[in-house]
Structure formats: structure tokens, C-alpha cells
Design a protein around this ligand. Structure first.
Ligand code: URA
Length: 267
């Protein structure tokens, strides 16, 4: 790859907020290429507090270190969801591939004004290859459609786009690990950069952390606007949390959050 192409590619990744590139040097095992070890050890929350939208890493050091590496192919201009899916391929970049049946890329209207981001596929999603089709998904569909209807907004689930931070099911539905989020996050960021919605809804703490770099819990973050790459982000509870017997306040708050979100996007 020519040096200027490489520089453009890396600049694009930086603009998307991607800090680490997980690449496979020819002839050696996969490893994480850390642009800036000092920054990695610094508290992400501190950095995020200093930069309320997603903070950006400094420019990487010399390009010579990349000369032997296979970088993921990425077309900064003219990126599409199809290209992103093709780049994911039969992904084995992290351990989550070991237990998956299907990669759950995302579903819905690619020209939507609104994207919902969850944590990662559950059992049913893994089997079907479609996000939010299990119990939590049914609740999410009802939350979207019923809230919109009550507010006089004719919105159906098929009109929004729904995806997750990680595209493979974590074992026993555990939370994705930070390295899994970093690796898969690059594809989420590209999806959002392609769709360019008017707003994003982060469902739960994992999505909020991936998009905003904030480590505060969802109870603290919910109901407020943040930004990912200049796109407004509303944080609310994950439907699984609401299903796990969250108190009545949480359900009412989630409903308030969606009302705020829908009026912002569709009024
Ligand atoms: N929970 C998620 O976060 N995503 C899904 O797709 C399903 C359940």
C-alpha cells in the first residue's frame, strides 16, 4: 500500500474514533497494534470528561511500522454497509467467533434517521443472524412502536436501523470484553458513519461506553444527549434490564427517553 493511501486510511480510522487497529502481521499471530501506549494506560473516563464527545487519539507514529502489516481494507470515501459486511467476512479477529452460529451485522432501513445500538447478540439473534429478535427484541419492538404511536408518530421497527457493539454472541450472554468492543467497534463506527442518522439511541451501558467512552452507569447517563462524531446520542436502558424486573421508574424513564428521542428525530 502506498504511504499516502495508508496515511489517508489511518486518518479515516482516527476520525471514526478508532484507537487501536487489530491487524495480522504477515506470518505472525493476530495482535493488537497500539498507537499510543501512554494514552491506553490513561483513564478513558478522564479523557472523555475532557472531551465530551468521543475523544480522538493523537496521530500515530511512523508509517514504516505498518509496512509489513495487512490492514483491513476500507474505502474512506464511498464506504457502504455491503463493504463493511464484506470486510467483516468470516471474522476471527477475537475469541467471540468461537461460539457463534451467525454474525449479527444489523438490520433495518439503511437510510433511516434513527439507529439503535445494543450490546451484542443473544441466543436467538445468534441463531437467526438478526439483532433483537429474542425476548429483549420483542420488548424493544413494542417500546419503539407503542411509544411512537402514543406520540402520534407513525414509526415501525422496520424504519429504524438496529445493530450491536459486537456482532458475535458472547458466551452465556456475558458483557463483551474491552478488546472485543475495540475490535468490533470499528465496524459499528463505520456502519454509523455510512448511515449518518439524525440520532443514535444507545441501549444500555455497553453501547454508551462504546460510543461515548464514558464509564458512568446507564442510570446516570440515561435521558441525556451526548454526541458521537457530531451525531446526537440518547442513552437509555437496555430492554433486557427492563425485562429483568427493573423497577417501575426505569420503565417510565425508558419511555420518557424514547419520547424525547422520537420528537427530536421526527418532529
Ligand atoms: N441484546 C442485545 O444487546 N442485542 C441483541 O441483538 C439482542 C439482545
Amino acid at each position: 500500500m502506498k504511504a499516502e493511501d495508508l496515511a489517508r486510511l489511518l486518518a479515516y480510522y482516527r476520525d471514526l474514533g478508532i484507537k487501536d487497529l487489530y491487524v495480522c502481521p504477515r506470518g505472525s499471530p493476530k495482535e493488537s497494534l497500539d498507537f499510543d501506549p501512554a494514552e491506553r494506560s490513561a483513564s478513558r473516563a478522564e479523557a472523555a470528561a475532557a472531551h465530551p464527545s468521543r475523544f480522538r487519539p493523537p496521530a500515530p507514529e511512523p508509517a514504516t511500522m505498518f509496512s509489513e502489516l495487512e490492514l483491513p481494507s476500507l474505502a474512506p470515501a464511498g464506504d457502504t454497509l455491503e463493504k463493511i459486511r464484506a470486510d467483516i467476512g468470516d471474522c476471527q479477529r477475537c475469541r467471540l467467533h468461537q461460539g457463534r452460529h451467525n454474525i449479527v451485522f444489523g438490520a433495518g432501513n439503511p437510510h433511516t434517521k434513527l439507529v439503535f445500538v445494543g450490546e451484542g447478540p443473544g441466543e436467538e439473534e445468534d441463531l437467526q443472524g438478526v439483532p433483537f429478535v429474542g425476548r429483549a427484541g420483542q420488548l424493544l419492538t413494542a417500546m419503539i412502536e407503542n411509544t411512537a404511536q402514543k406520540e402520534g408518530i407513525p414509526l415501525k421497527r422496520a424504519e429504524v436501523y438496529i445493530c450491536n457493539v459486537v456482532k458475535c454472541r458472547p458466551p452465556d450472554n456475558r458483557r463483551p470484553e474491552p478488546d472485543e468492543m475495540e475490535i468490533c467497534g470499528q465496524f459499528l463506527f463505520r456502519q454509523l458513519a455510512v448511515i449518518q442518522p439524525k440520532a443514535i439511541c444507545a441501549l444500555g451501558g455497553t453501547a454508551a461506553r462504546a460510543l461515548l467512552g464514558l464509564k458512568e452507569g446507564v442510570t446516570k447517563l440515561r435521558g441525556n444527549w451526548y454526541q458521537w462524531m457530531n451525531i446526537p446520542v440518547m442513552v437509555t436502558y437496555h430492554p433486557s434490564y427492563l425485562l429483568r424486573g427493573a423497577n417501575k421508574d426505569a420503565k417510565r424513564e425508558a419511555w420518557e427517553d424514547l419520547k424525547k428521542l422520537f420528537h427530536f428525530v421526527y418532529d
